[in-house]
Design a protein around this ligand. Sequence first.
Ligand SMILES: *Cc1c(COP(=O)(O)O)cnc(C)c1O
Length: 401
Amino acid sequence: MDYKAANNLQDLQYFGEFGGVNPSISDSSTYTFISAKTMFDTFEGNTEGCYLYSRHSTPSNLYLGEALAALEDTESANVYASGMGAITSVILQLCDANDHIVSSRTIYGGTYAFMKNFLKKFNIKTSFVDTTSIETVEKAITKNTKMIYCEAVSNPLLEVADIKALSELAKKYNLPLVVDNTFSPLSITPTKLGADIVIHSLTKFINGTSDCVAGVVCGTIDFCSSLKDVNSGAAMLLGSTLDSLRASSILKNMRTLHIRMKKHSDNAHFLAKKMENDGLKVSYPGLNSHSGNKIMAKQINVEYGYGGLLTLNVDTLENANALMELMQTKNIGYLAVSLGFYKTLFSAPGTSTSSEIPVDEQKKMGLSEGLIRFSIGLDNDIERTYSIMRECMVSLKILKS
Ligand SMILES: *Cc1c(COP(=O)(O)O)cnc(C)c1O
């Protein structure tokens, strides 16, 4: 794969109203009209370039949306106040009461909880399946199915979705394939592999500074407009609107995404190799030993590598907790959920971000309690980082010296 998203982003220029090198921030909730007729037409969605009310759209949100559409090579994109705001809007836009979803079983805990628990209110049922088996996905499709849902690289197990195969199946049944690409911006371009709708939690790599939550839906102009429809749009009516100030700040951070992703990937790949050589149970899509390595190799835009996430299984929760606490003391990173920060972040998903998933289901999907998820930071000297990590593991007898 070789989609030049970073070049397209670089070519997007926006100037501020006084010639500023950054676009002006729209500091208003509402907008005036000279003619009443134009206001009416804007309500009806018939006027390009007119703004009405900031829950519907703002110039700042549209700039960020354009950049994200360029990132994912879609016609359009809507930004949201969180990743969950984006995910829930897409689901509720595509599904009516009594409909059905086929979803990967290894997905973000919040998405899982929404599908499994919250959608009961509408009698929308989800089949959670092993999406690495296309036959299993096909068997799960019913006449009520309205979408196939997966994560390009899954949280927290780093399962790699075969987006091309899934999209071929989705097309056969005329279903949209919705892909959450939060773990692999720039590395994977799902639309190039046939995905229809791409979602991100901007909270993670794309913003990259762990100072806000935000999300995006990238798709066709028709779908993005339907989400904003004043009468029936989930984005408009559920109201998880991103603030303009925050949108402008995320757009500025996005300007360095290509540099950061390369460094996150290089550092994670280096650590994964070192851990594997030391005989540790490390999982990283860039390692030959990873079950998704071949598919990932086919799917990535090579220059961005295999991503910044890796997992390490240290067998018990006690080991995991002791190691994370010690590494934090040694300033290797922070014991914190989330990902995509300049600093390494680690957490034990079984007791944190995936705790919405019942323990027996965690076992079935291979999520053991001694699993630590690492979001590897932008460390300048990653060899030094590993030698300190190694000392931590040796002193806790997780590793023999
Ligand atoms: C964090 C995350 C989300 C949820 O995003 P928020 O911004 O926290 O609402 C969804 N999917 C994945 C893969 C995530 O990592």
